[in-house]
Design a protein around this ligand. Structure first.
Ligand code: PGA
Length: 252
């Protein structure tokens, strides 16, 4: 069964007490909701809060992931955290290749591929983020950019490993800008993304991979996006920082 994943990327927001308040709000709201069996609600807090959020979420249907990690097992890598550390803190998912990592921190497809492999080696579920810049969108290069990011990011990944893959299509021009992609744009790119995954891993596996849309997803546009056959969930930034708006999308 393919899951519908509603994920919140907190980015670099929330102190410890703010994080606790938000998680309390989400957990209380989730208790009152009758979430369908195929629904996964997931948060990516800053790494410093992951253990605490994981402890709070125990026994609930809320999953936790981290926004970043290094690929090496351990060593002299000041400022980094290892896959084993994030697993140990309770992370189930790892966000890899978010556009802010690609463009602010200059992470290459080659580095991201190492992180994907490290995720599998440590039993973490990778959520590989892909997406084009505004100028690439305007030049009609969206599919080409997404294909390159998938092929290079998932180099040497086996079909068996791909059964646990999740992908998020996030057009960079839509992230944090209030300019959401129309449901038709999201569907057309995500249908193409699935076809690339089918070429790489076979149609049966591609059909099982949740492909999320991200970029200015909000309670008032989420239903339209989720109504598309190849939009299997949403990766939410701004609208996930308040329990009300996050839950309004999670329950759709
Ligand atoms: P946004 O962020 O919803 O604030 O556009 C999405 C993301 O960066 O994942």
């Amino acid at each position: 069964m393919k899951k519908r994943i509603i994920a919140g990327n907190w980015k670099m927001y929330k102190t410890s007490s703010e994080a606790k308040d938000l998680v309390h709000g989400i957990l209380n709201g989730m208790k009152e909701m009758n979430l369908p069996a195929d629904r996964e609600v997931l948060v990516f807090p800053p790494v410093i809060h992951v253990k605490e959020v994981h402890e709070m979420a125990k026994g609930s249907k809320l999953s936790v992931g981290v926004q970043n990690m290094y690929f090496e097992a351990e060593g002299a890598f000041t400022g980094e955290v290892s896959p084993k550390m994030v697993k140990d803190a309770g992370a189930k998912y790892i966000l890899i290749g978010h556009s802010e990592r690609r463009h602010i921190f200059k992470e290459s497809d080659e580095l991201l591929n190492k992180k994907v492999k490290a995720a599998y080696d440590n039993d973490l579920i990778p959520m590989l983020c892909i997406g084009e810049l505004l100028e690439e969108y305007e030049a009609g290069k969206t599919n080409e950019v997404c294909k390159k990011q998938l092929v290079e990011g998932l180099k040497d990944i086996t079909a068996d490993q791909a059964k646990k893959l999740t992908v998020a299509y996030e057009p960079v021009w839509a992230i944090g800008t209030g300019k959401v992609a129309t449901p038709e744009i999201a569907e057309s790119v995500q249908k193409y993304v699935r076809s690339v995954l089918a070429d790489m891993f076979g149609q049966d596996i591609a059909d099982l991979i949740p492909i999320l849309y991200g970029g200015s997803a909000k309670p008032d546009n989420a239903a339209g996006l989720l109504s598309q056959p190849n939009v299997d969930g949403l990766l939410i930034g701004g609208a996930c920082l308040k329990a009300d708006s996050f839950l309004a999308i999670a329950k759709l």
